[in-house]
Structure formats: C-alpha cells, structure tokens
Ligand binder design. Structure first.
Ligand code: NAD
Ligand code: USQ
Length: 381
C-alpha cells in the first residue's frame, strides 16, 4: 500500500513509519519538523540523540533496503503543496500524527495557545479538504486522545466514541460522547472530531479516529537496529509524559514529580502497541458509507501515585508530592472499553518490570544529556 505518515518524524510517527515500511508498504513521511523547532525554542532536547530526518531515512535504507520518501510540508499553512502531494502520489492510507501534542505547551501563553489551535485545527481541516479536492479515496487514520472524554469520574465504562441515547420517541439517537477538554491542546482534539463527523457525513470520507492514552516506552524492535534510528524521548516539563518522566527521574536520582495527590487515573499504552494499533486500524478500514470509526487506543489504566510507588519500589527513588500546576481533578476513576482493538487482534503489552527497566537503562545511558533545570513543569493553569 501507498501510505502517507503525517508527523512521521515524531515520537509515535517515526517507529510507525519504520514498521509500515518493513511490512513492504511505500511510505512517505510528511513533516515540517516544527517539533524540532519547538525543542530549540524551549531550550530542550530529546533524551535520546535523534538523528536528522535525512540521516534517519538513509540509515533505514542501508539497514532494510527499503526506501522512505520525505516531504517537508506544513499541513496548516501549505495547503497547495499537500494537495499536490496527494494528487501525485495517490496514497491509500493517510496516518495523521502531525499536530502540536503537549497540553502544558498549549497552556503556556497566548502565543502557544494560538499556535496549537492554528496548527492543529487548520491542519486537520486542510487534510480533509485536500482529500476531497484531490478526489482520492484514502483511509484517514487520526491520532486523537483519551482526553476528549475528560477526567471526571464518569460512573460508566467509557465507550468507544459514541453514546446511545434513548429519547423516549420512536428512534434512539447516537451522539459523540460529550467532549470535556482540560487544555487547549485537548480542546483541539475535541474539535478535530467535529471536522471528521462533517467530512464523513458530507463527503463520505473514510476516517478512523484513535483516542489514544499516554504513550510510554521509547524503542521498538526496528528503532533499536541502529543508533541513527533511535526514537525520540521527552523528559522535560512540557513534553515529557508522566511515566517516562518518572523512569528518567528515578534513573538520575531525582525525586518523582507527582502532581497533587497523584490520584489522577489515566489510560496508558506502550509505544510498540501504538505501532501495532495503526497496522490493525489500517487493515480494518470503515466501509465507504459508514460513520467515523472510533477506537480507544489504550491497554490499561493507572493512578499517577500508583505508578510513582511502582517506580520507587523498583529503584528506591523518593516521591515528591508537588502543588499541581494544572487545573484538573485531584482524584478520578477511569474505566475504558478497548474492545475494538482486542477483537481485531491486539495483544496488549502490559506494564512489566522488564520494559520499565529498559527505559531506566536508556535514561542512564544518555544521562549526561539530561538538563535537570528542564525537569520541573514550567506551565501553570
Ligand atoms: P511529536 O510531537 O513527537 O510528533 C508530532 C510530529 O508532527 C512532529 O514531528 C512535528 O514536527 C509534526 N507536525 C506537527 N505539526 C505539523 C504541521 N503543521 N505540519 C507538518 N508536521 C507537523 O508527537 P507524538 O508524541 O508523536 O504524537 C503524535 C500524535 O499522537 C499527536 O497528534 C498526539 O496528539 C497523539 N498522541 C500522543 C500521545 C503521547 O503520549 N505521545 C498520546 C495520545 C495521543
Ligand atoms: N503528571 C504528574 N507528574 C508529572 C507529569 C504529569 O503527576 O511529572 C500528571 C499530570 O498532572 C496528569 C497526568 O500525570 O494528571 C498525565 O499527564 P501527562 O503529561 O503524562 O499527559 P497529558 O498531559 O494528558 O498528555 C499526554 C500527551 C498527549 C496525549 C495525552 C493522552 O502529551 O499528547 O493526548 O497524554 S491522555 O492523557 O489520555 O489524554
């Protein structure tokens, strides 16, 4: 198959591109490298020394004999170039990872707020509009977030995207699960859902929206093949996510930074399962006139303080309970259905000491690259 991976230079996009290429697909990465620019803007860097995109692709060709194409296009501002790329390449599948994905970054100030909205919403609309204008029949697979559902205690198992309502009349009604975003970033993902509903209803676009939980881990079997293929790893206060941060902090003897009571429950998935899920979604496209297909892309839920205790138990790290920099519930329960992926063959990678230790080892290997000043959260709301 001919596949476009939008945001294919990022943490989830790079290992996915390698996996899809290894399966024999023609992969084109579309990325404007804005994430590398944001690293420079914030004075941060991936814990792992990620190679330049061209070095990555050259190394992959040497290691695998497979070619990955690269197009430097800004999805939010260079519509004409993206449209032309669709018309020339006719991709069968477009995997959309190309958004600003940090909640703290989106809440830093009005510039980062407006950048997130401009980048994510205009980008998503451009992608949908270009599919319509080019006349191709590509399956669009978007990486959304579990955060669209919000993090109050729902009192029910969160379904996969839709709620059935009994209205008392003759017809029941199916609606998108009510959106409840906790940051500008999460709000952009809620609004993405409406673009998908609209383009699906009006133009019969075939769309799968993956409501993904927090991704942890860093390497896959393919990014391990050569140091030039190594994946990104964020540990800083804006882009680092909770479990990866705790593992890095433990590796260098820094107290684990629990926000508030640590009673927040969140959904998690390992990076190798992210990659598998994209392959599964690709193999199971929605029919032409079917509604947007929504999967909850997560494998387990954990409370933040439970994760801190687990990591502290393995490593002897101290736990610091800090004033929560975010406006979020101190404690919540979370039950989530992930039946779609389980039915379609996902074998979940669970939190296991071996995998946790692997992240600690990587953190120790590159410890000299860690800037301790960048660990605390620098965004408050
Ligand atoms: P990332 O920041 O590492 O990668 C995103 C990539 O998209 C970057 O390479 C960036 O340069 C590119 N990009 C962003 N805006 C672009 C634009 N306008 N034009 C072209 N390229 C653009 O992020 P990630 O962690 O790989 O996340 C990928 C997707 O998965 C995001 O949409 C995110 O919301 C979603 N997601 C991530 C996680 C997680 O824990 N990392 C969890 C749930 C959902
Ligand atoms: N947290 C801590 N200590 C830390 C960092 C975070 O206690 O050092 C807490 C946060 O306050 C929050 C929880 O851990 O309660 C999760 O925070 P996070 O930074 O790991 O995740 P989040 O901001 O929700 O965002 C990440 C990704 C985002 C994705 C989302 C999936 O950056 O792209 O959409 O996870 S989800 O959380 O399911 O919405």
């Amino acid at each position: 198959m001919n596949i476009f991976v939008l945001g294919g230079d990022g943490f989830c996009g790079w290992p996915t591109s390698l996996h899809l290429s290894e399966l024999g697909n023609d992969v084109t990465i579309v990325d404007n490298l804005c994430r590398r620019r944001i690293d420079r803007e914030l004075g941060i860097d991936s814990l792992t020394p990620i190679s330049d995109i061209h070095e990555r692709i050259d190394c992959w060709r040497e290691v695998s004999g497979q070619e990955i194409q690269f197009l430097n296009i800004d999805l939010s501002s260079d519509y004409a170039a993206f449209l032309q790329a669709l018309k020339s390449n006719h991709p069968d599948v477009i995997v959309h990872f190309g958004e600003q994905r940090s909640a703290p970054y989106s809440m830093k100030n009005s510039l980062t707020n407006r950048f997130t909205i401009q980048n994510n919403l205009v980008g998503t609309n451009n992608i949908c509009s270009a599919i319509v204008e080019s006349g191709i029949d590509a399956h669009l697979i978007h990486l959304g977030t579990m955060g669209v559902y919000g993090y109050g205690t729902a009192g029910l198992e969160i379904p996969e995207g839709y709620l059935n309502l009994e209205l008392g009349g003759s017809d029941d009604m199916e609606i998108l699960y009510p959106a409840n975003p906790g940051s500008i970033y999460h709000m952009s993902k809620c609004q993405d859902q409406l673009f998908f509903l609209f383009y699906n209803k009006n133009y019969q676009l075939r769309i799968t929206d993956l409501h993904q939980g927090i991704v942890w881990g860093t390497q896959t079997n393919l990014t391990r093949l050569n140091e030039k293929l190594i994946n990104r790893f964020d540990y800083d206060g804006d882009y680092g996510t909770v479990l990866n941060r705790f593992l890095t902090q433990a590796a260098i003897g820094h107290p684990l930074t629990v926000h508030g009571t640590g009673g927040q429950t969140r959904a998690f998935i390992h990076i190798t399962d992210t990659v598998q899920c994209i392959e599964i979604a690709m193999r199971n496209p929605p029919e032409k006139h079917a509604r947007v297909k929504i999967y909850n892309q997560m494998t387990e839920t954990h409370r933040v303080r439970g994760l801190a205790k687990l990591v502290a138990g393995m490593t002897g790290a101290e736990i610091s309970f800090l004033q929560n920099p975010r406006k979020e519930a101190d404690e919540n329960d979370l039950e989530v259905s992930n039946e779609c992926f389980l039915t379609e063959g996902l074998e979940p990678t669970r939190l296991a000491e071996g995998l946790l230790s692997e992240v600690i080892e990587i953190s120790q290997r590159y410890a000299e690259r860690i800037d301790i000043e960048k660990i605390p959260c620098a965004s408050f709301w």
